[in-house]
Design a protein around this ligand. Structure first.
Ligand code: AMW
Length: 146
């Protein structure tokens, strides 16, 4: 049976925000997305750092990131993707549970390289979305991510 909540460090991610799962991983929509389609891929086991992951976990995370990235790029009519891991607090990691950011990018989104970094790192300054809004986005993605 599917879980009601998934652990993401100290947070509980409601299943309505989760749009794809495998044995070891889950993909979910972002509370404060940097761009439309900015999602997170996470191991189910609460591993803090990339060095804590097993080979199977690393493999699954990147296979899902590839699959989800391809589908979200097309859905959001984007033309590039940003994949990112902030591995440890000094690298900007705010949630101590490994996660890959997948961010569809369009022409105008990243005019300068510096903006890239800002858009990715300053998500804590954006407003939290409602559970309903996140559930709606996850419902959309569930229709084509499998
Ligand atoms: W990190 O700075 O640890 O690389 O990224 C943390 C990410 O998790 C951010 O994109 C942030 O918006 C997102 N986030 C934080 N809390 C939640 C939550 N409860 N549900 C979904 N996403 C979250």
């Amino acid at each position: 049976m599917a879980a009601e909540y998934y652990d993401f460090g100290p947070y509980k991610i409601h299943h309505s925000s989760v749009f794809y799962t495998t044995d070891l991983s889950f993909a979910f929509v972002n509370l404060r997305p940097a761009m439309p389609g900015h999602v997170l891929i996470c191991p189910k086991r609460e591993a803090k750092r990339v060095a804590d992951l097993t080979a199977d976990e690393i493999t699954e995370l990147w296979i899902i990131a590839q699959k989800v990235g391809k589908q979200l790029e097309s859905y959001h009519k984007a033309s590039s993707l940003r994949f990112g891991i902030q591995d440890g607090p000094q690298a900007g990691q705010t949630v101590p549970h490994v996660h890959i950011h997948v961010i569809p990018c369009r022409n105008a989104d990243y005019a300068k390289n510096d903006d890239n970094y800002e858009n990715f790192a300053l998500d804590k300054e954006r407003k939290d979305r409602s559970l309903e809004e996140m559930a709606q986005e996850a419902d959309e993605y569930r229709k084509f991510v499998f």
